[in-house]
Design a protein around this ligand. Structure first.
Ligand code: SF4
Ligand code: SF4
Length: 452
C-alpha cells in the first residue's frame, strides 16, 4: 500500500499569492544591527566547534565555527564585526537550544581578509571544491557535500514561489539573475552534472526572459516553465513533472536522482568563488497582516527576528502568529529573540490567522477530525493526510511509512483546508523525524506548544 487511491477526485488548491505587497518594490538592505547571534548549526546537524571566546574581537566574514565530522553542516562565520559577548546554548528558530556566538556589533562591518575560491585553481579534485564550499558556510544537500557530489546526473533549481506573500525568489532572479547562473555553472562543473534545469512559473514571463538571456551561452542549463508553483520540498513532484529520473519516494536519496539546489545557495557559491565572501547574508520577504511596510530585504545571518519585524514596521505586541518561512510551510515561532538562519526565504507575521482575519489562530482551536476528506482532495502527493496523522498520533510509525508519509512534500495544503485546524503539516514533519531516527526537541516542543 503506498497511499495512492486513484478513485478520489482531487481538487487543485491554489492558495492566494498576496505577492502584490512586495513583488514590484525593489529590495533594500538592512543596516548594521546592534547584535547578531550566529548559531553553530542551521538544522539538527552536529554543531560546529566554537573557534572564538567571549571578549574576542571578530571581523565580518571571519570563521567562528569549525565544521566537525559529518553529518555536521558547514562552517559558521561572523556576519558583522564587533566583540563576542556570549558563547553558549541559545534559542534556535527550530525550537531547541543551539551552541551560538553572540556578537555585539561595532557598527563598522570591518571585513576579514577574504580570498575568492578559484575552482580552476582547485583542479580536478572535486572533493576539495566541496570542502571549500563547506568552509565558506554554504548549505547544500548532505549528499552533495559528502560523498555524492560527483555522481549527480542533473541539478534541479525550483524557482517557483508557492508560499503566499513570499517573493524573495522573484527578487533574487530579477536582481541577481546573472550571479545565480554563475553559481549554478560552478556547481555543474563541481558535480560533473550533465544538465541543470531551472523551473519557473509560466506567468512570470519577465523572470523567464532574464534567465533565458543569462543562460544563452550555457547549453547545460535549461529553463522549464510550469503552470503552477511547487513547494520548496517538492523535488519528487517536479522531477515527475519534468520526466527526470527519480528512483522512488523513499526516505533516502539514490545515485542518479536529480539533486535539488536552493537559489540562495547558488548565490552563495557565486559570492564565495568570485568575491571570497562566505554565506553571511540573505534575501528575506517580510510580510503579513502584522507588518506595516512589507518588503524584501537583505539581512545578515543571526539578526534576531524581532529586529527584522521592527525594521518592517511590525508591532510585536499585536502579532498572533509568526513563522520563519511562509504561512503555509514556515516554522511557527514562540520567541522573536531567535536569530535568522541560512536559507530562510521569508518571515511571515500575522495579527491573526492568515486567511481569515476574523478567526483566531487555528492552532489554539484544534477540534477532532470530522473525516471530511478535504485534506485528501488537496494533497498533491496523493496520500491520505488524516489517516497518516492518526498513525503518527498513535505512534504507529510503520503504518505511517506504509501509507506514504515520505511522499509528503510538506506543502501545508492539507492544514490550510482542514476545518478542524489540525496541524497536519507539523504532524507529518514529526512523523518523518521520528522515522528517520532524528528525533529532536524541536518537533516535540513545536507540537506540544501547538496543542498536539
Ligand atoms: S503537507 Fe499535507 S497536503 Fe502537502 S504533501 Fe504533505 S500531506 Fe499532502
Ligand atoms: S481536512 Fe481535517 S477534518 Fe477533514 S479529514 Fe482531513 S484532517 Fe480530518
Amino acid at each position: 500500500m503506498d497511499g495512492f487511491l486513484p478513485t478520489f477526485i482531487r481538487r487543485t488548491q491554489t492558495p492566494p499569492t498576496f505577492g502584490e505587497f512586495t513583488r514590484d518594490r525593489p529590495s533594500s538592505k538592512m543596516g548594521i544591527p546592534e547584535r547578531v547571534v550566529v548559531p553553530l548549526q542551521d538544522t539538527h546537524d552536529t554543531p560546529c566547534d566554537i573557534m572564538v571566546q567571549e571578549g574576542e574581537s571578530v571581523r565580518l566574514g571571519q570563521k567562528i565555527g569549525l565544521m566537525g565530522k559529518p553529518p555536521v553542516s558547514v562552517c559558521a562565520h561572523a556576519s558583522t564585526s564587533g566583540k563576542v559577548d556570549r558563547v553558549g546554548p541559545l534559542p534556535h528558530p527550530l525550537g531547541f537550544l543551539a551552541q551560538s556566538v553572540s556578537i555585539l556589533s561595532d557598527g563598522k562591518d570591518d571585513l576579514d581578509d577574504l580570498t575568492p575560491l578559484n575552482p580552476k585553481k582547485i583542479g580536478d579534485d572535486k572533493s576539495r571544491l566541496f570542502e571549500a564550499f563547506r568552509e565558506m558556510g554554504i548549505p547544500l544537500n548532505y549528499e552533495l557535500l559528502y560523498g555524492r557530489g560527483f555522481k549527480v546526473s542533473s541539478l534541479l533549481v525550483n524557482a517557483t514561489e508557492f508560499e503566499p506573500y513570499i517573493t524573495s525568489k522573484h527578487h533574487m532572479i530579477k536582481e541577481r539573475g546573472q550571479d545565480l547562473v554563475g553559481g549554478l555553472r560552478v556547481l555543474i562543473g563541481a558535480c560533473s552534472a550533465s544538465q541543470a534545469v531551472i523551473v519557473v512559473e509560466k506567468r512570470q514571463s519577465s523572470l523567464v526572459n532574464i534567465l533565458r538571456s543569462a543562460t544563452k551561452e550555457v547549453p547545460e542549463i535549461t529553463i522549464k516553465t510550469v503552470l503552477r508553483p511547487y513547494p520548496e520540498t517538492a523535488a519528487n513532484l517536479l522531477t515527475q513533472k519534468l520526466s527526470l529520473a527519480k528512483s522512488n519516494h523513499s526516505k533516502s536519496v539514490h545515485a542518479g536522482d536529480p539533486m535539488s539546489v536552493d537559489l540562495s545557495s547558488l548565490l552563495a557559491i557565486n559570492n564565495a568563488c568570485f568575491l571570497g565572501v562566505p554565506f553571511v547574508e540573505q534575501l528575506v520577504t517580510v510580510a503579513g497582516s502584522g507588518i506595516k511596510d512589507p518588503q524584501n530585504v537583505w539581512v545578515k545571518t543571526g539578526v534576531p527576528l524581532l529586529h527584522i519585524i521592527n525594521h518592517a514596521g511590525g508591532s510585536p505586541s499585536r502579532l498572533g502568529r509568526v513563522t520563519l518561512g511562509g504561512p503555509l510551510m514556515g516554522i511557527p515561532q514562540q520567541s522573536l529573540e531567535v536569530p535568522l538562519i541560512k536559507r530562510a526565504k521569508g518571515l511571515f507575521a500575522a495579527t491573526a490567522f492568515l486567511f481569515d482575519e476574523h478567526r483566531e489562530s487555528r492552532f489554539y482551536k484544534r477540534t477532532p477530525c470530522i473525516k471530511c476528506a478535504k485534506c485528501v482532495d488537496a494533497c498533491p502527493a496523493s496520500i491520505i493526510p488524516n489517516a497518516i496523522a492518526d498513525y503518527v498520533d498513535n505512534e504507529l510509525l510503520g503504518d505511517a511509512e506504509q501509507w506514504g508519509i515520505f511522499r509528503c512534500v510538506e506543502c501545508g495544503l492539507c492544514e490550510y483546508v482542514c476545518p478542524s485546524r489540525i496541524p497536519l503539516l507539523e504532524i507529518m514533519r514529526l512523523g518523518k523525524v521520528l522515522l528517520k531516527g532524528e528525533e529532536s526537541l524541536l518537533a516535540r516542543i513545536n507540537l506540544k506548544t501547538l496543542g498536539w
